[in-house]
Design a protein. Sequence first.
Length: 255
Amino acid sequence: MVELKTDTSIDAMYEAGQIVARALTAVREAADVGVSLLELDELAHDVLRAAGATSPFLGYRPSFAPTAFPAVLCASVNDAIVHGIPTRYRLRDGDLLSADFGAQLGGWAGDSAISFTVGRPRPADLRLIETAERALAAGIEAAVVGNRIGDIAHAIGTVCRAAGYGIPDGFGGHGIGRHMHEDPAVPNEGRPGRGLRLRHGMVLAIEPMLIAGGTDGYHEAPDGWTLKTNDGSRAAHAEHTVAITDSGPRILTER
C-alpha cells in the first residue's frame, strides 16, 4: 500500500533528508587516499549522533541477507554496485566510491547516494558518474503529479542505455516514509505511461545504478550483501529522496 504524506510530514522528511545530505558531504570531503571505509562509516555515524538521529541501515536484515547490515554507511568501491560493507580497506588513488546513507528522525526516513572518485580520476569514471547524475535528474524531472512510475523508469533507462551502460536487473528505487523501504517499487528501466499514477504526497527514493561495461549481470559477494559487476567493470550509484507535490518534485536530500 502506498501512503500519501501530508505537507507537514514532507517537511519532517526534509529534516531527515538534510541529515543525510550533511553526512554524505562529510564523507565525500574526508574520502582521500589512505582513508579506510570504516573511518568513513564512523564519520557518518558521528553526523547521526550529533543530529539525534538513528540509522535505518544499521541492523537492517531483509529476507535475502544472511546477516544484519553492520554499518550506517554503504561503501561500494570500483566494481561494487551497491550495499558494500565498510571494511578496513584503505582508499587508493583512482578508486571510484559509491556512498549510500540513510537517517531516521522523528519517525521519518531519508535516503541518498553519491558516487565520486578518489585522487586522480579516470576519465571513464567521470563519464560514468556524470551519466548516473543525469539519469537521476531525468528521473526526478519525470516525478510529477499525473505521470506514472513507468515515466520515471523510462527517463532513467533512456539516459543510461543511450550512454552504453548496463542496468542491474531487479534493483531500483522505492517508496520511503516511516520506513526506509515502502511501496511502490521504482524500476530503473520501463515503459512510459505504465504503472502507478503519481499523486501529491507520494515520496520516492529514486536511484539509478549503472554498470560501465554495458552488461546487466551482477553477483553477490561472499559477505552476502555487496553486489558486484559480473564483467569486473566499474559501477556508479546516485540517489535522492523526492516528494511528489502539486508544485513539482521536491528533493528532500538535496545537498
